[in-house]
Design a protein around this ligand. Structure first.
Ligand code: APR
Length: 251
């Protein structure tokens, strides 16, 4: 990647009145967590069927099977560490350059890297909630449940991961805050997302339609690239530290 796009992106971030970051599974790839699509044979949806694991119907049909998959992912994530990409975003927030990270990821690595204002559009793998719509039980967990599927201590129904499955609405508070932030932002740094899943993928579009600047970091082109003002081709863990350095020089 030549310096020109990097300098253009750094100038946009350094002069932004209100910039946010928007991230997907690609920012956690270098932490050893497989993405869902693209990037070869390791992507999750090339090995597993989302309709068997990430839908309310799948959970209804076979809660144990769904929990086995989430326990596998939890164990993977527990061993993972934030990578220089996560750390660079946390430093950009500490410098006041970005005001928040809106993420589609459920792994909690942004928070572990030190990002303070993180909006989790698709929930968190480190939270469980009761599958009984009439029950409001929710809890944070730091390790996989001992028995699966775990039972709700309040009503006895099965507990489920507090993540957004296909066909489910996004958490209202997270979505509302993400849209509010996007509407007041003039710059967005999009990292490691295919842009394939809505409504999350509307977030960068709000900035674009508001006349703002879209900067994208990805190893290949995505659905975002056609409307990105700057495309920084490369791995998040390599590009973001360079972007941080270039921005810091302009502050
Ligand atoms: N650095 C930057 N980008 C990367 C890297 C990397 N090291 N490795 C992979 N990528 C890019 C891929 O090129 C791809 O464009 O990350 C993107 C990952 O795309 P997806 O796997 O589709 O992940 P994401 O966009 O987050 O998916 C959105 O889909 O299945 C649902 O709920 C799930 O939140 C997820 C949503």
């Amino acid at each position: 990647m030549s310096d020109a796009p990097l300098i253009k992106a750094a100038r946009a971030l350094a002069s932004a009145k209100h910039a946010i970051a928007f991230t997907g599974a690609g920012i956690s790839a270098e932490s050893g967590i497989p993405t869902f699509r693209g990037s070869g044979k390791d992507s999750l949806w090339s090995k597993f069927k989302p309709e068997e694991l990430a839908t309310p119907e799948a959970f209804e049909r076979n809660p144990k099977r769904v929990w086995e998959w989430y326990v596998w992912r939890m164990n993977l994530i527990r061993k993972a560490k934030p990578n220089p990409g996560h750390e660079a975003l946390a430093k950009l927030e500490a410098l006041g350059v970005i005001k928040a990270v809106v993420t589609q990821n459920v792994d909690g690595l942004h928070q572990r890297a030190g990002s303070r204002h993180v909006i989790e559009l698709h929930g968190s793998i480190w939270r469980v909630k009761c599958s009984n719509p009439a029950c409001t039980f929710k809890a944070s967990i730091s390790e996989p449940p001992k028995e699966i599927p775990p039972k709700c201590p309040a009503c006895g129904h099965y507990l489920r991961p507090d993540v957004v499955w296909f066909g489910e609405p996004l958490p209202q508070d997270a979505w509302g805050e993400a849209v509010r932030l996007a509407e007041v932002s003039d710059t967005i740094l999009v990292v490691g997302t295919s842009g394939a899943v809505y409504p999350a993928a509307y977030i960068p579009l709000i900035i674009k339609e508001g006349g703002g600047t879209v900067i994208e970091v990805n190893v290949v082109e995505s659905s975002i690239t056609p409307y990105a003002d700057v495309f920084l081709k490369g791995k998040a863990g390599e590009v973001l530290p360079k972007l941080l350095e270039a921005v810091t020089k302009l502050l």
